[in-house]
Design a protein around this ligand. Structure first.
Ligand code: SAM
Length: 270
């Protein structure tokens, strides 16, 4: 079992580096890490954490992120957001960005890729024949390198792509064996995957039109959440949108976001 002191050392590191709040999660932490430690010959948590702290970008730290993040996601999750994007936001952007034809959309905790690939399919569907005239490439980032590798391979079980409309499954996936399907290159080209820690300064030079920040703030405490939302607000274009998970909310006293409907927010048009 993990001692209170060992647990605290991990919890403090994970909170400081990644914003993730592990309070009260001793059993989960021990359950997810003990086999990794055994397999990799560590004498215990202290030896492991010394390695992690000595090289926060090394293999040991990566394994910590991969073990402790929760990456559950699925195609078409919270479909009302994609519907709202298609019905309300994209017609607005198509008109307002007609001169540059450049849309900047960010999936900020993209996990294994289901979210950004769904966004890319909505975009292709919306623009149809005109799509090739637009740059709508979606930026997809996550802290965990493991989920990003999965996303870039783009291989999913048949049952995972089941929620997608038949038309999209046929057009954007090819069956590679009895059980699995792979995202076709045509769709892969529409998503750029990068590793990014949301605790770091946001690297955007040009303002973003739509940000998906869904089902990730649940792991952060209130202060971390508010600070992140304010940093994101600064990077959103006037009139741009933010989606959060449908069970999450944005404290409007702590950020300037305008409430549109549950889990959908907007930056003032300016
Ligand atoms: C539950 S998934 C959400 C996936 C998708 N957005 C959705 O709603 O289905 C949460 C993701 O947040 C990522 N994450 C956690 N802390 C992060 C951080 N500090 N920076 C970037 N990503 C983080 C995790 O690695 C995980 O893949």
């Amino acid at each position: 079992m993990i001692t209170e002191q060992e647990f605290q050392r991990i919890a403090v590191f994970v909170k400081n580096q990644y914003g993730i709040n592990l309070a009260g999660k001793q059993i989960l932490v021990n359950g997810r890490l003990k086999n990794y430690l055994l397999r990799n010959g560590y004498s215990g948590y202290d030896e492991y954490m010394s390695k992690v702290e000595a090289d926060p970008f090394g293999e040991a730290a990566r394994s910590l992120v991969n073990a402790l993040t929760t990456n559950h996601t699925y195609f078409m999750r919270e479909f009302e957001h994609f519907e709202y994007m298609r019905r309300v936001i994209l017609p607005q952007l198509k008109a307002s960005e007609a001169a540059t034809r450049d849309l900047r959309i960010w999936s900020a905790a993209s996990s294994t890729g289901e979210e950004p690939y769904t966004i890319a399919m909505v975009l292709k569907d919306f623009f149809g024949m005109e799509h090739r005239l637009w740059d709508t490439k979606v930026l997809a980032t996550d802290l965990s390198t493991k989920v990003l590798q999965h996303a870039q391979r783009g291989v999913y079980l048949g049952e995972q792509i089941e929620p997608l409309p038949e038309k999209w499954r046929r057009r954007y996936f090819k069956q590679i064996n009895e059980l699995e399907y792979q995202v076709r290159q045509e769709l892969k080209d529409e998503v750029l995957f990068r590793q990014f820690n949301l605790m770091n300064p946001l690297p955007f030079r040009k303002p973003l039109h739509i940000v998906f920040l869904r089902n990730v703030m649940i792991y952060f405490d209130e202060k971390t959440k508010l600070a992140l939302l304010n940093r994101i607000y600064d990077k959103i274009a006037p009139g741009g949108y933010l989606f959060v998970g449908t069970t999450e909310s944005v404290d409007r006293r702590g950020t300037p976001f305008q409430y549109i409907e549950p889990s959908i927010y907007r930056k003032e048009k300016g």
